[in-house]
Design a protein around this ligand. Structure first.
Ligand code: ZN
Length: 62
């Protein structure tokens, strides 16, 4: 079985746009055969959206 901790790290890199195309291909292949990592990616995507929509100006107003 593949090392899913490694793939979770690759997923976080991919969401940050820091994964090279070759790594992206291998990640896509792993996601195709690993439901666990697909759900991890969904959770990461949700949390990434939460960070993007964080009301940062309420923390540091002008
Ligand atoms: Zn996996």
């Amino acid at each position: 079985m593949a090392d899913c901790a490694y793939w979770e790290y690759q997923i976080s890199l991919a969401l940050d746009g820091e994964l090279d195309p070759d790594g992206g291909d291998r990640l896509t292949r792993h996601l195709g055969e690993c439901p666990r990592c697909r759900s991890v990616r969904e959770a990461f995507e949700k949390s990434a959206q939460a960070i993007r929509t964080w009301p940062i100006r309420t923390l540091w107003p002008d």
